[in-house]
Design a binder for this molecule. Structure first.
Ligand SMILES: [Zn+2]
Length: 460
């Protein structure tokens, strides 16, 4: 690896210049107004991969074009699919940028531009590491398949269809995504778990129209009263969800995970200060990080009914409703939760009220086993690239494409983020640390090496 590491040092400036080229293309996917720049960015990425001798295509989809490229198969070694995206969020509000969003500018060791970290800069680390292998060793130690899409910021429609249609061509042993953050400056992390989601809307309808609460109150059921009782029944005062069977399939936190989380430098008072709250609450028996990352939760996301204007209006509303969601963890099944929820709520719906429960969407939570050989390889590579072993963290949100890879290709994803949580993704003055850019490339180069040592069964 010495020659390869030397190559990475020699080429630093050119790598940065090439990233700047890509960042100058305003490939905003949000509003459909930048179709030309979207294609231009896709073509730029395709040209990079083609330049390395990879079989490369810019594939038209039901949405924006997807770049697909693959290197030669390597007998006995894993096939690794690298996913990333070349589209970006809109730069608004423009006035808040210190330097223009599509004129990449170096300041204090950072590169400022829309897309610098999300995801052009992070994505490019894997192309540059492949380049280093090909230019110094002459070949890659694993087969790489690059899948770089152009509408991640608006729901990944085209690429999701494509994965369904081309499952055979995209077959792989593991997926690598760099589109997330380190735990903090100088502390790299591997995100090994994501939560799932079960999202609902509950609509209650009572009398034909709003009624006088003096004349009819107490005799006619108030949908808002019914709604609050039904919602309150979903969770108790020590943070436990009360839907029967809700916890049946929850995989408990292992001792190793709990120790890992406890060893992280997480300051609850700083956390509270940042959020502007005086206290924290959640499921009894779990720490804040455990609740956020690894325990299922319930939240009302919106609630309405009755009079909301100034002053008082003595009304018994005809309708009330709420949107609410459960964040799920492995191995909870959103379909099972939906059935159990309906069975739980229906008997609680008071007489004179019609209830409608709408299933908005569901996704399963995901965890990559910490002892998976792919995870070990990633940890080794990060230690090489960043000079420090990663911490293992989970995330309370979902990344739908990770579920797509799991469901359609049957593989796990390594979430290896090179960003920082103050990189201003989706905000003015987005940046990417140039040191992290180069550490990411080096880590990626070492990752192909470490993954190449894992023996896998030959694909038929
Ligand atoms: Zn992204």
């Amino acid at each position: 690896m010495a020659e390869l590491d030397r190559y990475l040092v020699e080429q630093r400036e050119r790598f940065e210049d090439e990233l700047c080229e890509l960042l100058r293309i305003a490939s905003v996917s949000t509003d459909g107004q930048h179709a030309a720049e979207i294609r231009q960015a896709g073509e730029w990425v395709a040209a990079q991969l083609r330049g390395l001798g990879l079989a490369t295509e810019l594939i038209d989809t039901s949405g924006n074009p997807v770049v697909y490229a693959q290197s030669a198969p390597v007998a006995g070694a894993p096939v690794v699919l690298v996913y990333g995206h070349y589209d970006v969020q809109p730069p608004d509000p423009l006035g808040e940028w210190i330097s223009p969003p599509f004129e990449p500018t170096r300041r204090n060791g950072n590169l400022y531009a829309r897309g610098a970290t999300d995801d052009k800069g992070q994505m490019l680390t894997h192309i540059k590491s492949a380049e280093a292998w090909i230019r110094t060793v002459g070949r890659l130690p694993v087969q790489l398949k690059f899948l770089i899409e152009g509408e991640e910021e608006v729901g990944s429609r085209g690429v999701t269809d494509l994965i369904g249609q081309e499952a055979e061509r995209l077959a792989c042993d593991v997926v690598v995504i760099s589109d997330s953050c380190q735990f903090g400056p100088g502390q790299p992390a591997i995100t090994y778990g994501l939560k799932g989601l079960a999202y609902f809307e509950l609509r209650l309808t009572g009398p034909r129209q709003d009624l006088h609460s003096g004349t009819f109150g107490g005799a006619v059921t108030n949908p808002a009263n019914g709604l609050t009782r039904m919602l309150a029944s979903l969770i108790n005062d020590v943070g436990r969800v009360q839907v029967p069977g809700f916890y049946d399939d929850v995989v408990p936190l292992s001792d190793r995970e709990r120790q890992q989380f406890a060893s992280l430098p997480f300051d609850e008072s700083v956390f509270m200060q940042r959020l502007g709250v005086q206290g924290l609450a959640g499921e009894q028996g779990y720490t804040t990080l455990e609740r956020r990352w690894a325990r299922p939760t319930f939240d009302i996301n919106g609630i309405w009914g009755g009079y909301q204007g100034a002053g008082s209006k003595t009304v018994l509303p005809a309708r009330a409703g709420a949107k609410f969601s459960f964040r799920l963890v492995p191995d909870q099944d959103p379909d099972k939760i939906r059935r159990a929820l309906r069975e739980h709520l229906e008997p609680l719906c008071p007489p004179g009220i019609q209830m409608e429960l709408i299933d908005m969407h569901g996704a399963r939570g995901i965890v990559v086993p910490l002892d998976s050989p792919f995870m070990q390889a990633a940890a080794t590579a990060i230690e090489q690239g960043f000079g420090r072993p990663p911490v293992f963290i989970r995330e309370g949100g979902s990344i739908p494409i990770v579920n797509v890879f799991h469901e359609l290709l049957g593989v796990d994803t390594l979430l290896l983020g090179w960003g920082q949580d103050d990189d201003n993704t989706h905000s003015p003055n987005e940046k990417f640390s140039l040191a992290d850019f180069h550490r990411g490339i080096r880590t990626s180069a070492h990752l192909w090496h470490a993954l190449g040592k894992i023996e896998v069964e030959q694909r038929a």
